[in-house]
Ligand binder design. Sequence first.
Ligand code: CMC
Length: 432
Amino acid sequence: MAEKKLILNDPDSGKSAELPVRTGTTGPDAADISSLYREHGLFTYDPGFVSTASCRSDITFIDGDQGLLMYRGYSIEELAQHSTFLEVAYLSLYGELPKKTQLEEFTDSIRYHTMIHEALKSFFRGFHYDAHPMAMMTGVVGSLSAFYHDSLDITDARAQEIFAHRMIAKMPTIAACAYKHSIGQPFIYPRNDLAYCENFLHMLFAVPCEEYEVDPVAAQALDMLFILHADHEQNASTSTVRLAGSSGTNPYAAMAAGIACLWGPAHGGANEAVLNMLEEVGDVSQIPKYIEKAKDKNDPFRLMGFGHRVYKNYDPRATVIRGMCHKLLKRMGKENDPLFELALELEQRALNDDYFKEKKLYPNVDFYSGIIYKALGLQTNMFTVMFAIARTVGWVAHWQEMTNDPEQRIGRPRQIYTGPAQRKYVPLNKRG
Ligand code: CMC
């Protein structure tokens, strides 16, 4: 088959450009514009990368129109139903589902790395008790780069692997420390006899003076949420990790950049914002008022947990989470949870509203995740931290893919300059 090309013609100058078209396994083709400036002196303009593929990737695929999400070719629904978070982590990092022994070895390695350096704990004590846990996460994960710098050769496959395992293993420990610091309780050491999510719940909720038994349904719910949040191709925080990492910086520092990006309410911070919004709405009778606010161009209010850059259909993760929400709340005897009932009603009203229909705004992953986190006993400002633990898998997988990609170069976008044209410096005493 002849290679596809995109021909651009400029009728004014009579010049034309022939752009090779790249094709992936599935999804839209991409015109390769990498030679456009060199050969034609032209930049492309695409704020927010709405039409721009920044890299090739084998990890995750989304079809936003169909509402399809796959990790390494496996649908998110199947993974959520049959897999575990650590198996998904293995799949993301190594490209294939693990065999039994491979999963055991991987799980052992993650267990082996769960402890953090004792000195790292003193970092938390530098934060005020009411510091936002995402602020602590950004700072403490960034500081890992100080602990693991000299020995790190980022081009070495084994060093990359240890980095990936360390990050996945230590994030729950660091997150639990952030939580314990914020409520003034002692840090709890990881327990290697527990599974990944059980251990995390233990570090969050146990205290040294009594036994704490992890609820297996809570651990299962958390594991599923982590699967759903593990990766989402070139989202803002993953792109941030790639951009930061593209300079060859210490990868732990690149992770901190990803955490900082995730914190924003347009991205991972939405789960916290949804809960705050539902509490503000307060009652079903207030829904019409808030829907009108969301539609009002002069009002900055948006329906949090609604809309997505890529999904113009139901976010498949939201469907799975809504089902999980029902199951968990029932198991916990909270099936009449007023916030959940309010969320279900708000969803229905928005889905039947012309504004949301026309703009193809559907509930996204964060619309229901906060309700689950709340049912698990987490305070609202920890919700985005949970997202960060799960997304660490995607960040490390993408960092590794980028670092090993022979086409990778430092990320350096261009701009359309709109400031003053060149002018002469005016000395201070001559300025009128
Ligand atoms: N409520 C009301 N109007 C909305 C909403 C919303 N939640 N989302 C988008 N719109 C409108 C927006 O005003 C715009 O209208 P117009 O075309 O008249 O200017 C149109 O829909 C397109 O929106 P956009 O902001 O240009 O779309 P985007 O792709 O740049 O932004 C988004 C996507 C997720 C940031 C946005 O939908 C949003 O702010 N949603 C609420 C925050 C949220 O739930 N974020 C979580 C995303 S999923 C988790 C994750 O991946 O991190």
